[in-house]
Design a protein around this ligand. Sequence first.
Ligand code: GDD
Ligand code: MN
Length: 397
Amino acid sequence: MSTPAATADLDGADRLARIEILTPISVVVPTYKEVLNIPLVIERIAAIRDEHAIEIELLFMDDDSNDGSVEAVEQAGREWARIVVRKQNRGLSPAVVDGLREASHPVVVCMDCDLSHPPEKIPDLVLALESGQQFVLGSRYVPGGTTDDDWGLFRWLNSYVATLLARPLTSAKDPMSGYFAMRKADFDAARHLNPIGYKIALELIVKCGIENVGEVPIHFSDRLHGESKLSLKEQLKYIQHLRRLYIHKFGTAMDLLQFLVVGASGTIVNLGVLSLLQWLGSLEALALAAGVGVSVISNFLLNRRFTFSYARAGNPWKQLVGFIGASAVGMVVNYAVALTLRSTLLEDVPYGLQFAAIAGIACGMLFNFLGNRFIVFKKRHPGATKKPAPEPGDTAL
Ligand code: GDD
Ligand code: MN
């Protein structure tokens, strides 16, 4: 902070502008084929160092671009800027994680090399962090945040849907941003980082147990040189990434959600098989039995693949017998609940039979879930929050 003597003759706005950042900062910049942008980033950071008298270390994390990037950093001749050439575990997120590890200062800022993220906002990000935020995003979607005009409808929609899907994980408005500041100590506390794809800030917010996320508005400009590396493949990876983060954050509740989605698909399979056989002229009793039989198998296969995927190494036949056993009891529970409710609470209620049947299905499903979760597919999910065990591919910290 400025001393009173230094600020005595300044008005309020100037005084605010002269608040000093005393914490040294590491700026981590993932790069791939950014040779034309590297000198521009270095010069803009140099200007911030001078203007705000901040101690900044600049780290380019380059995935062996071999395009003169290394020489570009050398030619700039700034002892506080260096480039790390990575040859293994390539990718934007792993490069950022390595950079966070490599950083030697207590506060770390990550940003892109294409100057989409204005480096001049670094002091604002760090001030927000110092004023009590645990994690600060450079955000396009808070008041004052903007993007260049030529964002097509597709890019905008894409970004909007991706953000919406991350809502249960964080209430931040722009968790897709690759521009953020955090404390190195919070990064060091992260467990089971599994950085895939582009959404490294989201990964860190969830895995570092971040409790409050601040957002500083930025103008996100289109890249000046080179082209974006965000491909469709990267976007599909996002779905896989989300599933892992949901499991990490919600544990058994996420298992239950997947189980319910599979159950809903089973209802459709059941009705499909039943109607087909009816149309072919089969006996109704047989059609009903076949519908139940086929949906039990399809539910089993889908649950084994998704809901209880951690138990995929187990003996499938033993699991199938267990699954059918558990489902059989669930069906009795379903029937007993429905019958009891119909003859008591729901006796004289309009559509009482239907409500009773729905309650029965819900209880049966819950019973099935618990039976499968704790008996057939027992063993905790490795991604769950309590006592997690590392997943293959997890980065040990
Ligand atoms: N080391 C390394 N390895 N760096 C990479 C790689 C990689 O495989 N792929 C991309 N980068 C670097 C780029 O050189 C750039 O500095 C930064 O990561 C972002 O890459 P862009 O290709 O410019 O991504 P974008 O503009 O499409 O995506 C930006 O916006 C997204 C939200 O719309 C980034 O900020 C993303 O982080 C953000 O999710
Ligand atoms: Mn970009």
